[in-house]
Design a protein around this ligand. Structure first.
Ligand SMILES: [Zn+2]
Length: 310
């Protein structure tokens, strides 16, 4: 199904817009009798949040954007087939080219559209390990990727008009190269995949992820931003918003703490790593959605981390 118009959602400056809480799941269209109908592609949706900062959804990780009279900055690029819709939607709003594209981390649902945005983007910025991970993944899969041209290891910032945007790396968590991106005056923080709202988070150990690191990152980050900061999440389960508050960060911290405690107990009981990899339910977090195998993955990574310390 082709979408011929952009869907700009009007939202109040403070309320969480309805589009940010809607599920990405779409109703199935009726197909021919006996044939399962394919779900139509999700439409591109722009949602303003506050003070010229907003989000874009279609498929893949949530994109963040800032558009003011002096600058256009984009966080993440989704996929090569959805990035053109982001680009054309932005062009309808402003003739500006993209001053900065920031990649929150290297995963292809956040960087797959880099090549589409590249001709319109003056620079692409990412954490140094994000670039390294993206290059390594591309070599493995022999995929064509567009790498960042500016990297940082701790923080990176830019001021566009009356807004300052600061990217910060907090340590190993979802990967070894994650950044949170704070729009300081709007007080909106794009978290990339540092938070998956009520979905099993992916602990990408080969890319430098860490269960214990992720707990530390969430604990350090939560009080470091203003109490009324709005957080943008890379992914959210149906019925849960793409934007939320500090409490959501601590809730995901609680999930990883439960993972770690579960593994510590299992090790005492002599259960194996292979057994933990098959676990499908974590008590207290039965309602989590998304890819179930990621629980076993988190437990296995936690097992390796605890085995290292004896
Ligand atoms: Zn990711």
């Amino acid at each position: 199904m082709a979408w011929t118009r952009r869907d700009f959602v009007k939202a109040s400056a403070l309320a969480i817009p309805a589009a940010a809480v809607q599920s990405t799941a779409r109703a199935q269209q009726p197909g021919a009798p006996g044939t399962p109908a394919a779900a139509p592609p999700a439409p591109p949706v722009f949602t303003p949040l506050r003070r010229n900062v907003g989000i874009f959804h279609q498929r893949g990780g949530t994109i963040g954007w800032l558009l003011n009279s002096d600058g256009l900055l984009v966080v993440d690029s989704q996929f090569a087939d959805t990035a053109p819709n982001l680009l054309s939607g932005l062009k309808e709003r402003s003739p500006r080219s993209i001053d900065v594209l920031i990649n929150s981390h290297h995963h292809p649902d956040h960087t797959g559209g880099n090549g589409v945005l590249r001709p319109s983007a003056k620079q692409i910025v990412a954490h140094a390990r994000s670039k390294e991970n993206q290059r390594a993944a591309a070599e493995k899969s022999q995929a064509q990727v567009t790498l960042p041209d500016v990297t940082f290891t701790d923080t990176w910032s830019v001021t566009l008009g009356d807004e300052t945007i600061r990217a910060k790396h907090w340590g190993p968590a979802h990967t070894g190269g994650d950044a949170s991106i704070h729009f300081e005056r709007a007080n909106v923080v794009h978290l990339g995949d540092l938070l998956n709202n009520r979905g099993y988070p992916n602990v990408d150990a080969p890319a430098g992820a860490s269960v214990q690191g992720w707990i530390r990152v969430l604990e350090q980050m939560a009080p470091a931003y203003p109490a009324d900061a709005l957080y943008v999440y890379g992914h959210a389960e149906a019925g849960h918003p793409y934007i939320g508050t500090r409490a959501d960060l601590l809730y995901q911290r609680d999930y990883f703490t439960a993972v770690l405690e579960y593994v510590a107990r299992a090790r005492k009981e002599g259960r194996s790593r292979e057994e933990l990899a098959k676990v499908e339910v974590l008590p207290g977090f039965e309602h989590f959605g998304g890819i179930k195998a990621r629980l076993g993955l988190a437990l296995s990574v936690a097992y390796d981390e605890l085995a290292q310390v004896g």
